[in-house]
Design a protein around this ligand. Structure first.
Ligand SMILES: Cc1cc2nc3c(=O)[nH]c(=O)nc-3n(C[C@H](O)[C@H](O)[C@H](O)COP(=O)(O)OP(=O)(O)OC[C@H]3O[C@@H](n4cnc5c(N)ncnc54)[C@H](O)[C@@H]3O)c2cc1C
Length: 339
């Protein structure tokens, strides 16, 4: 009999991050499919609000204390190891966010188990747990089974709906995870994050807006209009709250010393050597739609593109709608309509 443990750090405000709630849905689905018990493992300064939010899921185990508040490998790994042991977990499910992804592989090693990361689905098949994940930029999908236990699985964001069960009174089992001075040598002094408007990568946005190299190329009058392009793109992002993506050509230009859009980094790159976002809708502008780029659109279900070239890649069955038009004119009008 398997014992499924969902595991998560608790945010400073006592809540669980959305990605963790999605992983909880995955863990719950697996437990129900296997007819196996589900336990919840939480760690942080104060886990009470999070424990109440997930009370209906199963037995809650908690490692609490100020030492477990910041994201830090030594204390995160110690907490998760203690929780896994306390719950007698054979399968551990967590979000594949940066904090868990850093520490959970170490926990798997300490427990003599195995880990598979970036899983997109977990299910019971013929009574066995099966994890699904993509390979080669999601060109291939594999179903994995393992005999080694505990089997740790980190679930990618956007694959499951966030758990939204009724809160309740949780019976919390306190778990001890001794903290030594060596474990707290790393201190988090401050978190420096851009403001919501400056942060243009927005995984939760409904729409992905992709900027291509055309925005910085010479236009009909023989001159580039980079400043205008910046204003149009930022204006659209500000009004629509869409997430910003880019083609490789455009982000590479910065490194080549060409005129660039200053708010773009390699983190914005979508495609074979970039990211594979999961927004419902995508709008590509001034981007040719070549295969190495469009492969990153695998999970974008409604696709539109604006390009001057009626024979661009998007016209070859890669977009639902191609507007053969000047993106400068189109986005100016769109921004006017958005007010
Ligand atoms: C191994 C490998 C990996 C790669 N990985 C990636 C990847 O991860 N991501 C990625 O993006 N690329 C990747 N590429 C590169 C990819 O093949 C293309 O070169 C790149 O996507 C082209 O970027 P682009 O469409 O922005 O630029 P361009 O090909 O220069 O296209 C610019 C487009 O803008 C249009 N345009 C210009 N002005 C306007 C206007 N006013 N209005 C409307 N349209 C206009 C033009 O018609 C043109 O179609 C990879 C290539 C290789 C070989």
């Amino acid at each position: 009999m398997e014992t499924i443990l969902f595991i998560s750090p608790v945010a400073a405000d006592g809540s669980l991050p959305k990605a963790s709630l999605e992983a909880l849905t995955a863990a719950k689905t697996l437990a129900e499919g296997l007819g196996a018990p589900l336990a919840v493992g939480l760690f942080g300064a104060d886990v009470a609000p999070a424990a109440a939010a997930v009370a209906a899921c199963g037995q809650v185990y908690a490692v609490t204390g100020e030492a477990f508040a910041p994201a830090r490998y030594a204390t995160d790994a110690a907490a998760m190891e203690a929780l896994a042991k306390a719950a007698g977990a054979t399968i551990i499910v967590a979000a594949d966010d940066s904090r868990v992804s850093r520490a959970l592989p170490g926990v798997a090693a300490r427990l003599g188990g195995r880990i598979d990361a970036h899983v997109t689905a977990v299910a019971a098949k013929d009574g066995q747990p099966v994890a699904t994940r993509g390979f080669y930029r999601q060109r291939m999908t594999a179903e994995l089974t393992r005999t080694a236990r505990p089997w740790c699985l980190t679930v990618s964001a956007g694959c499951y709906a966030a758990y939204d069960g009724a809160p309740g009174q949780a019976a919390v089992t306190a778990v001890d995870a001794p903290v030594t001075p060596a474990m707290t040598r790393t201190a988090v002094k401050a978190i420096v994050a851009p403001s919501a408007d400056e942060q243009t990568i927005r995984p939760d946005a409904a729409t992905l807006f992709v900027a291509g190299a055309g925005w910085t190329k010479k236009q009909a009058d023989g001159a580039p209009h980079t400043a205008e392009a910046s204003a149009l793109i930022l204006g659209f992002l500000g009004a629509s709250k869409a997430s910003l993506g880019s083609s490789k050509s455009l982000v590479d230009m910065g490194g080549d010393g060409e005129a660039v859009l200053p708010f773009l980094t390699h983190l914005h790159q979508v495609g074979q050597t970039g990211s594979t976002p999961r927004h419902q809708k995508g709008l590509a502008t001034c981007c040719h739609g070549e295969e190495p780029h469009v492969v990153g659109w695998r999970f974008i279900t409604e696709r539109r593109a604006v390009n001057l070239d009626a024979a661009c890649g998007w016209a070859q069955g890669k977009a639902d709608v191609l507007y053969v038009a000047d993106a400068f004119a189109v986005m100016k009008k769109v921004n006017e309509l958005l007010g």
